[in-house]
Ligand binder design. Structure first.
Ligand code: NAD
Length: 511
């Protein structure tokens, strides 16, 4: 039986009249498990129209009612997150515990958005001018579009939609076609939580669906997360069509290890942040900058740890081993082959292959994983900035070590990079860490923390070619993005104290 994954609109599934279908695979087995509809322009128009219709009533629904729905959604998601994690593992490949981690970071944003009534409070100034009061408020935008990447099919949409919905907007989510099922599961959960039909919609597809969102006059804003070339295209196209845009792009995150650092902590962190989720994280560490003289010792400790990792099917207890796999497969065969070709190119360019992931043996337990999209963790030493493996975002389990002589050289390297998403410094010197924090041109910084993803009440976003637009995701910046400001200046006539009135054509003064 075919598992057809179709759009979700007005509280139910919509088959529509797709332009085509894309296969969805289980990356651990290589088997096709379903197919996802690729929306036609007519399908996209129907989904956007439903969101527009619902926005009229949702935007004026009381804050109390909206908050009740948010809490109900939070409770349901928390109690059923295992189900969602299993869906993520089956289409993305990341191991179960990693999928649970992604959901918990999404849940954080839902919890943040449960406090929307506080976040939407405006200001009030009495007697700003004689007999005149001023107050401000923030109102919803209307229909907002969210376009998400394959690597976090639940968390990245949850960076945006809880805030957008709690603030009174309606949503059209265009998930990645590589792992589309999580979005439909979340849509059904919203319905169960009592969200009115049409407030949360899912439009599946490719460029046609994306372009429909970017150009529709009925969509007020675009929140995009994905690779830098598409982020730039989305930013330019949606801006040209008068929309508010936040477009988060790719990354090349450097971890700088200073000579006084705790080398065991640094080695553990490099392995966890380099190979977690098979390196398919925008906050993965892909470059380790070893400041002399610790390079040899650090590389040896990382290599020892890397060789102990268990690579296998990420489904819970699916490896047939005592423990869950540490790392699953890559998302598609094409992506696995691309990452593998980067390893070939790094070797050809003269980098030293310390651990080679190309001859990986994956564990499958009860599943046949012979056709899975496997690639083991790979460690390169003596990488230099002109090599492709340094310049390009590989987005796989490949960690490159660059040796530098000094702190100054390390900072210059990080700041010369086109990306500025995340970075980390490892040191026991508070002064050095403080200086790094000031010197580095990157949006999210970790001090002895390799994956510094901000908590939900701060905002997530990078600098330079890692983010197009001004506003970062979630936190107060997210609330600002999903609302428009209004300022109201009021004069009520007090019969006991009437203003003099009369004609006065000069620009209004305050006194
Ligand atoms: P991608 O750019 O290929 O796809 C992202 C979205 O854009 C998907 O929904 C896809 O369907 C759509 N898309 C793809 N090609 C398109 C086109 N030509 N026109 C219009 N839409 C198009 O990214 P991906 O491979 O799914 O995800 C990995 C990338 O996302 C990496 O570069 C990673 O660094 C980045 N990412 C960044 C962050 C961040 O916060 N900065 C977070 C997660 C992922």
């Amino acid at each position: 039986m075919t598992n057809d994954i179709v759009h979700w609109v007005d509280g139910g599934e919509l088959a529509g009249e797709p332009d085509g279908w894309a296969d969805v695979t289980n990356p651990a087995t290589g088997q096709v498990t379903g197919r996802v509809a690729l929306a036609s322009e007519a399908d996209a128009a129907q989904v956007i129209a439903a969101a527009k219709k619902a926005s009229r009533s949702w935007g004026t629904t009381s804050l109390a009612r909206r908050t009740q729905v948010m809490f109900a959604f939070r409770e349901l998601l928390n109690s059923r997150k295992d189900e969602l994690a299993a869906i993520i593992t089956s289409e993305h490949g990341k191991v179960h515990s990693d999928a649970m981690g992604e959901i918990s970071r999404g849940l954080e944003v839902v919890e943040f958005a449960c406090g929307m009534s506080h976040l939407l409070k405006g200001g009030h100034s009495e007697e700003a001018s004689t007999g005149v009061d001023v107050h401000s408020k923030r109102v919803p935008l209307g229909v907002v579009g969210i376009i998400s990447p394959f690597n976090f099919p639940a968390m990245v949409p949850m960076w945006f939609f809880p805030v957008a919905i709690a603030a009174g907007n309606t949503v059209v989510l265009k998930p990645s076609e590589k792992d589309p099922s999580a979005a439909n599961w979340l849509a059904a959960l919203w319905k169960e939580a009592g969200l009115p039909d049409g407030v949360f919609n899912v439009l599946h597809g490719d460029k046609t669906a994306v372009d429909a969102l970017l150009t529709s006059p009925d969509v007020q804003s675009i929140s995009f997360v994905g690779s830098t070339p598409i982020a730039e295209y989305v930013y330019e196209t949606a801006s040209r069509h008068g929309k508010r845009v936040q477009a988060l792009g790719g990354a090349k995150n450097h971890m700088v290890v200073l000579p006084d650092a705790d080398l065991d902590l640094a080695a553990d962190s490099a392995v966890n942040a380099g190979y977690g989720s098979a390196g398919e994280r925008c906050m993965a560490i892909s470059v380790l900058v070893a400041v002399d003289p610790i390079g040899d010792e650090l590389v040896a400790r990382i290599a020892d740890r890397t060789r102990t990792l268990l690579i296998g099917d990420g489904g819970r207890e699916a490896t047939g081993a005592e423990k869950e796999a540490d790392m699953g497969p890559l998302v598609t065969k094409a992506h696995r082959d691309k990452v593998s070709s980067f390893i070939d190119s790094g070797e050809a360019a003269g980098a030293k292959v310390v651990v080679d992931g190309r001859d990986v043996q994956a564990r499958g337990g009860s599943q046949d994983v012979a056709e899975g999209f496997w690639l083991g963790p790979t460690l390169f030493d003596d990488v230099t900035p002109e090599m492709d493996i340094y310049r390009e975002e590989i987005f796989g389990p490949v960690l490159s070590v660059v040796r530098v002589r000094s702190y100054e050289e390390a900072i210059a390297l990080v700041n010369a990079n086109q990306y500025g998403n995340g970075t980390a410094v490892f040191t026991n010197d508070g002064g050095a860490a403080r200086r790094f924090e000031a010197d580095v041109e990157v949006g999210m910084i970790g001090v002895n923390v390799p994956v510094p993803v901000p908590v939900a009440y701060y905002s997530f976003g990078g600098w330079k070619r890692s983010l197009f637009g001004d506003t970062h995701a979630h936190g107060t910046e997210g609330v600002h993005f999903f609302t428009r400001g209004k300022v109201v200046t009021t004069r009520w006539i007090d019969p006991a104290n009437r203003p003099e009135g009369g004609l006065e054509l000069g620009f209004p003064r305050n006194d």
